[in-house]
Design a binder for this molecule. Structure first.
Ligand code: ZN
Length: 622
């Protein structure tokens, strides 16, 4: 059961939260008039349709029709629930939350999991610093990781006990279920045990620096006690509410400034590689957490860092570049597919404006980055990184490798493989550019390559099934458009609510959504008061209302004259509707038998017609 916080507290958080600052951490915003615009983090776009209004404290995207308050933004961008978003921001802006029951706030599930990790980081660090960790420390030392790095990267050791951490955390009031959910404990036939005992531990931090998971490396046999059970060489925390492998990159929290300065992000495979490159001054290095690079990672990079180049730093096989097999190539291309559901359907997110440019850098001599930088020094690593190859070119070179381009058979085989790569490139222009490159390299006619490429058809629609596809908003009918504009007018010029002559009411709206929005907006509003859009957005639960409020309140609204014209049109439409409705009812009545009802209705009809003439005539001059 998630907590419900006092509305006043939620309001206070919302008022203190700086929406421009918060959104600005994920979207590069530029001022445009009264609001700010940027590229929407929730759908793919090249021209900004994402708006943030600092006065009304709402955001809205005209591209994917999503919008809301600071809370909805945090919910979406961090994948948390509403109460969690409230907690996060309350924490950040120093607001003490009270639960509606008046009871002391019980920490959320998320907060509990974070606390488990905080404690575990401390415990593991203490274990490494203890006598039990002496051999491990010298092992780290031999890998170039000294006391300074151990402190900075909060490296720890799981100890040799079976359930030391589990016992200690349970004494502190955590349940076995919570420890399992956090990935710290594992249940086996003998009960709960520490997931990471006997392992060297690298805490994985989210971008804001909270520990959310661990990467555990087995301690080499010579440093292990006799008979200590073997296990996989690398073991990461399983996914949890706070740890999404497809989004988190190890090292992002430390790499931020360097990435922005270098305008590039270096991606390696191991945590020790990240540390070794950071130590060597290549601070823009991060690693995936036991998965291949996904589209979600790319989106994360793009929204956090904007237009940076991503360089995949690969260790080449010991046998050298020739050993880069077709399987490895496919594996690499597969690393860029958003998931199994579309794998093999031709998806390579390169050359698309909204994704970072991807390059590949191959380290010679079959060494991992940590070995390489130790052996050759930082300058040599920089040289390799600076000489990186665009991903498509890299894959095409691989495709041509091992084929004898002097024979017609060899050329055909090479070109076919190259076309397999090209048909995965989403951007047609880029695909064409590389078709020319391929023809030139393989020594075949350009026309033949482009024709073969056309024969396999255009690149598949690159649409990620995991992401909601922006649905084009249904064009509202003339009538509904007037209702909508009227609601917009009410946000911009709220005093129109108080106009007795117009007397706009809920009934004047026909769409249920418009009716509820009007009701919510006018309820509790003092005469002459403004409509607090952000307050509505964070208080109503109906997402359609939230979205509509954001859409209608963001940015510059109509001025008083336009607003009045719109409301007059709304009112005239509504009065016509009432008039038609009265006429229908009159037709169903017998003036002799139902005289009283008939007269009453007739009276109403005249009144409505008079009102309509007054409003339409007075304002529109007819
Ligand atoms: Zn959008």
């Amino acid at each position: 059961m998630s907590p419900r916080y006092a509305a006043d507290d939620i309001d206070e958080v919302r008022e203190r939260a700086d929406i421009i600052e918060l959104v600005g951490e994920h979207v590069r915003l530029r001022k445009a008039g009264r609001s700010y615009v940027g590229l929407c983090p929730f759908h793919q776009e090249k021209t900004p349709s994402f708006n943030v209004d600092p006065d009304k404290r709402v955001w809205y995207c005209h591209g994917c029709n999503q919008g809301g308050s600071v809370f909805t933004f945090i919910e979406k961008v961090d994948g948390v629930t509403f109460p969690e978003a409230v907690e996060l921001l309350a924490d950040r802006y120093g607001v003490q939350l009270r639960e509606v029951s008046g009871a002391r706030k019980a920490p959320s599930r998320r907060a509990r999991l974070l606390e488990v990790h905080d404690i575990a980081v401390e415990k593991f660090a203490a274990m490494l610093a203890s006598n039990e960790g002496t051999a491990i420390r010298s092992y780290l030392e031999s890998r170039g990781i000294g006391a300074e790095e151990v402190g900075r990267y909060r490296i720890g050791f799981g100890g040799w006990k079976r359930d030391g951490l589990v016992r200690s955390l349970m004494r502190r009031g955590f349940t076995g279920e919570e420890l399992q959910a956090a990935g710290i404990a594992t249940r086996d036939s003998a009960g709960l045990r520490d997931t990471f005992s006997g392992r060297l531990l690298f805490p994985i931090f989210d971008a804001s620096g909270r520990a959310v998971a661990f990467g555990g490396r087995i301690v080499p046999p010579e440093h292990r006690p006799e008979g200590f059970p073997e296990g996989p060489k690398y073991l990461n925390s399983r996914e949890s509410q706070i740890f999404k492998k497809s989004k988190i990159l190890y090292g992002t929290n430390w790499a931020r400034a360097s990435v922005m300065a270098a305008k590039r992000l270096v991606l390696v495979e191991g945590y020790t590689d990240v540390i070794a490159l950071h130590v060597a001054g290549i601070g823009e290095t991060v690693a995936t957490c036991g998965t291949s690079l996904t589209e979600d990672h790319m989106k994360e990079i793009s929204t956090r860092f904007g237009d940076v180049r991503v360089i995949l730093c690969l260790d080449s096989d010991a046998a050298g570049q020739q050993a880069m097999s077709r399987e490895r190539t496919e594996e690499l291309a597969g690393a860029f597919s958003p998931g199994d559901e579309v794998r093999g359907r031709g998806w390579l997110p390169v050359g698309r404006g909204w994704l970072p440019e991807v390059h590949v850098a191959t380290l010679p001599q079959g060494k991992d980055p940590a070995d390489f930088v130790r052996a050759e020094g930082p300058d040599e690593v920089r040289r390799v990184l600076d000489g990186s190859t665009p991903l498509v070119e890299f894959l095409l070179r691989r495709a041509l490798e091992g084929t004898d381009l002097r024979s017609p058979e060899g050329r055909t085989r090479g070109v076919r493989r190259g076309i397999d790569v090209l048909k995965q490139v989403g951007d047609t222009l880029l695909r064409h550019e590389y078709a020319l490159w391929l023809a030139d390299r393989a020594g075949v006619d350009t026309y033949e390559v482009t024709r073969a490429l056309d024969a396999v058809g255009p690149a598949q629609q690159q649409r990620s099934p995991t992401r909601a596809t922006p649905t084009p908003s249904v064009r509202p009918s003339g009538h509904h458009r007037v209702e909508r504009e009227a609601l917009r007018a009410l946000f911009a010029v709220p005093e129109m609510f108080d106009d007795d002559e117009l007397a706009v009411s809920e009934d004047d709206f026909t769409l249920p959504l418009h009716r509820s929005l009007f009701r919510i907006a006018s309820t509790g509003r003092p005469v002459g008061g403004a409509v607090d859009a952000a307050r509505i957005v964070s208080r109503v639960e109906d997402v359609d209302v939230q979205r509509l409020v954001s859409e209608l309140s963001v940015g510059e609204g109509p001025d008083a004259n336009v607003a009045r014209d719109t409301l007059v049109r709304l009112k005239v439409f509504a009065l016509e509707r009432y008039i038609v409705e009265r006429k229908e009812r009159l037709r169903g009545l017998d003036p002799n038998r139902d005289a009283a009802a008939y007269d009453g209705l007739f009276e109403e009809l005249l009144e409505l017609e008079k009102k309509k003439r007054a409003i339409a005539g007075g304002e529109l001059g007819t």
